[in-house]
Design a protein around this ligand. Structure first.
Ligand code: NDP
Ligand code: OXD
Length: 308
């Protein structure tokens, strides 16, 4: 079995560890010009040239959950080749940790105290009741559900929003564009864990963010292009929003001098809210290759019409 491998700069491996999990696999790093036969491709942010017209592939495995980079080149990838994403593979726990720590930081005013301490100011604030600190999770897929569950365990009221209607224990579920504003209007914190598609690009903009109550918080762990950054900045500056925790940006790395770096009520992390754990990822991919080779169905196949 032949595998071509491309690791778009931020994953610390070149496929070596995969060989340990699947010794029968001959893994080679794809180089420009390599059109030699291959059965599978393992990729993260590959150049389109690698996958263009590759109808010999039995599947393309994305080394992450989000396939937006691959969808940009989907018209060059033969329609018969399934694109398969990572499902959890150790990311859900990381996401739940990241989001719940941001929510708790806001709930307990820890950002405010950090700012006060810089000026040697001692000024206790009374915490709101958790019942008044509702969190809306946009995206109730593999990762969003785990985030929602963790927040429930922390006793926050949780709302969820997805494309198709969901029924989740203890979560008030909203669906479809028509119900987004109603969901946001009830939320003190909004968490975006959507995939980036044509429908979700710019979904958090001046109009939708204004549907949040005054002094709300935004946590974006989906993709940078979910947020219209200028609109977010304007609402942070005029006080409609009390703060934002951003892990993803329209341009990554966030360029030096970008106004978000200067905005005092914004916490910035470098796209680390859930990192691909290569060992977990390779085990999941190896299991799926074994199933595909036996003619069995696998989960995580992208619906190219939906874009996720
Ligand atoms: P899933 O495909 O499992 O879940 C996606 C969810 O989004 C589903 O609930 C889906 O609705 C919902 N959704 C999609 N389109 C719309 C829409 N137009 N309107 C409303 N809801 C919509 O994905 P994952 O949970 O595995 O991952 C989500 C995203 O998280 C990834 O695509 C990636 O961009 C991001 N991510 C970020 C990371 C980081 O480090 N910052 C790490 C990993 C992932 P429905 O259930 O009805 O299909
Ligand atoms: C992913 C990511 O989509 O790391 O997996 O952003």
């Amino acid at each position: 079995m032949k595998l071509i491998y491309y690791n778009g700069f931020d994953l610390p491996d070149e496929g070596e560890a995969f060989k340990a999990i699947m010794p029968q696999a001959q893994v080679r790093r794809w180089q420009p010009g390599d059109a030699a036969p291959a059965d599978y491709a393992l990729v993260w942010k590959p150049p389109a040239e690698m996958l263009a017209n590759r109808s010999d592939l039995k599947a393309i495995f994305n080394l992450g959950a989000g396939v937006d980079a691959l969808m940009k080149m989907a018209d060059r990838i033969p329609a018969n080749v399934p694109i398969i994403r990572l499902e959890d593979a150790g990311m859900a726990e990381q996401m739940a940790d990241y989001v719940s720590s941001a929510v708790l930081r806001y709930y307990r005013h820890l950002d405010d105290y950090q700012r006060q301490a810089m000026h040697q100011r001692w000024q206790p604030k009374w915490p709101a009741s958790k019942q008044q600190f509702t969190v809306a999770v946009l995206g109730l897929g593999v990762l969003g559900r785990v985030i929602a569950k963790r927040l429930q365990q922390l006793q926050f009221p949780v709302l969820g929003w997805s494309r198709t209607k969901k029924n989740l224990d203890g979560v008030s579920c909203f669906s479809g564009d028509n119900e987004l504003a109603a969901c946001l209007a009830k939320a003190r914190v909004v968490v975006c864990i959507l995939p980036l598609t044509t429908q979700t690009t710019g979904i958090l903009n001046r109009t939708t963010l204004s549907a949040l109550p005054r002094s709300a918080y935004v946590i974006n762990v989906g993709r940078g292009a979910h947020i219209v950054e200028e609109d977010l900045l304007a609402l942070l500056q005029n006080g409609h929003l009390a703060g934002a925790t951003l892990d993803v940006f329209q341009t990554e790395p966030l360029p030096s001098g970008h106004p978000l770096w200067q905005q005092h009520n914004v916490t910035i992390t470098p796209h680390i809210s859930a990192q691909t754990l290569l060992d977990d990822a390779y085990v999941q991919i190896a299991e799926k290759i074994n199933r595909l080779d036996q003619g069995l169905p696998v989960s995580g196949v992208i619906d190219r019409n939906q874009g996720y």
